[in-house]
Ligand binder design. Structure first.
Ligand SMILES: [Zn+2]
Length: 107
């Protein structure tokens, strides 16, 4: 046992995991909105037919977002995190980070 696989690397976040992650995100969100529509008597019942459409749309959006997610260390302070293509601020050093080609870049 010479090889260590303890430390996760960006390559560990495979395409399959990206698709599954996006689908799960879309499913959870659709279930939440869908059950909210069922519980509210004010929502017209025919509207519930929109839930499957919403599920497809949200899952697609989830996969699209996950597809480009970069995992790695902040270029400035080295904190490990996930960054989407929409960008976010590093929680440690407040640098504005964005995913580009599945790499974290500072902008
Ligand atoms: Zn940082």
């Amino acid at each position: 046992m010479s090889e260590s696989t303890d430390r996760p690397s960006p390559e560990d976040y495979s395409n399959g995991m990206r698709i599954a992650g996006g689908m799960i995100w879309g499913t959870v969100l659709s279930l939440t909105i869908g059950s909210g529509m069922v519980l509210l008597p004010q929502v017209p019942r025919p509207w519930l037919w929109a839930v499957p459409v919403m599920w497809v749309a949200l899952s697609g959006l989830g996969v699209w977002l996950q597809w480009s997610v970069a995992r790695g260390n902040c270029p400035k302070c080295g904190r490990e995190q996930s960054v989407t293509r929409l960008g976010k601020r590093c929680p440690q050093c407040r640098s504005y980070l964005q995913a580009s080609n599945r790499k974290i870049i500072r902008i």
